[in-house]
Design a protein around this ligand. Structure first.
Ligand code: ADP
Ligand code: MG
Length: 226
C-alpha cells in the first residue's frame, strides 16, 4: 500500500530551561492509503500536538514529515499551506462549522480559497453519501452534535484530500452518535481510500481501527490488534 504520511523521528519541545516540556519524543509513524488508524491516550499525552504537527499546522523541533512524498521541511510556508490545503482534511472536536452559513454553504469558503467553482451537484453527492442531504438548508445551530460532525466530515472530504486527520471527533457526542461518526470515518477511509488518523482518549472508539497506537507522555507505542 502507498505511504501517504511519513513521520520520521519527530520531537516537539515547548518552552525552555526548567519549564521545558517535551511533548513528542522520537515519534515514527506511517499512514497508508485507505487505512484507518487510531491513537489513544489520556489528556496531555501529546495527541493534539502529534496531529497538528503531522498536518503541518505547527512545526516540529526535530525530525521530518512528508506527505505524498513532499517533505514539509523543504517547503516554503506558501507551498506548505498549499500542500495542507490540497492533501489534508481536518476534523476537530467541535466541528468548527461557520454559524451563519447553511450546511450547503459551509463549502463556499474552501471554494473561494481554491479559486474554483464547485457545482451544487458535487456538494449534493457528497452530502448524500454521508446521509445528510436533507440537512442542506439547515444552519449548524439546528443540527444535533452527530449531524454537525457529519457535516464536518463532508467538509474535510470536500477537496478530495489524501489524508484525513481527526482530533477527538467524538468528544462532544453521546456513545451512539460517537460510534456512528467513527464508523462513518472508517467507511470513508476504506471506500474513498483516505489515509485517516483519529486521536481519542476514549477506548471504546478504537474497535474498528486497522491499526492502533497508544500515546504515552509523548511517545507513540504500537498496540496489539484490538
Ligand atoms: P493532548 O491532546 O493529548 O491532550 P497536547 O498535545 O495538547 O495533549 O499536549 C501535550 C503536552 O504539551 C501537554 O503537557 C501540554 O501542556 C503541552 N503543550 C501543548 N501545546 C503547548 C503550547 N503551545 N505551549 C506549551 N505547552 C504546550
Ligand atoms: Mg488534545
Amino acid at each position: 500500500m502507498e505511504d501517504i504520511l511519513i513521520m520520521d523521528n519527530i520531537f516537539k519541545k515547548f518552552g525552555s530551561g526548567h519549564t521545558e516540556i517535551t511533548a513528542l519524543k522520537e515519534v515514527n509513524f506511517t499512514a497508508k492509503k485507505g487505512e484507518f488508524i487510531s491513537i489513544i491516550g489520556p489528556s496531555g499525552s501529546g495527541k493534539s500536538t502529534f496531529l497538528t504537527i503531522s498536518g503541518g499546522l505547527q512545526s516540529s523541533t526535530a525530525g521530518d514529515i512528508s506527505i505524498n512524498g513532499s517533505s514539509f521541511s523543504n517547503l516554503s510556508e506558501k507551498k506548505r499551506s498549499d500542500l495542507r490545503f490540497k492533501e489534508i482534511g481536518f476534523i476537530l472536536q467541535n466541528s468548527n462549522l461557520i454559524p451563519f452559513l447553511k450546511v450547503k454553504e459551509q463549502f463556499i469558503l474552501v471554494d473561494k480559497v481554491d479559486k474554483r467553482k464547485t457545482s451544487n451537484e458535487q456538494i449534493n453527492q457528497l452530502l448524500e453519501s454521508l446521509d445528510i442531504a436533507s440537512l442542506k438548508n439547515s444552519y449548524p445551530r439546528d443540527l444535533s452534535g452527530g449531524e454537525r460532525q457529519r457535516v464536518a466530515i463532508a467538509r474535510a472530504l470536500f477537496n478530495n484530500p489524501s489524508l484525513i486527520l481527526a482530533d477527538e471527533p467524538t468528544a462532544s457526542l453521546d456513545t451512539e452518535h460517537a460510534y456512528e461518526v467513527v464508523k462513518l470515518l472508517v467507511k470513508e477511509a476504506h471506500e474513498k481510500q483516505k489515509a485517516t488518523v483519529m486521536v481519542t482518549h476514549d477506548e471504546r472508539m478504537i474497535q474498528w481501527s486497522d491499526r492502533t497506537y497508544q500515546m504515552k507522555d509523548g511517545q507513540l507505542l504500537k498496540m496489539d490488534k484490538n
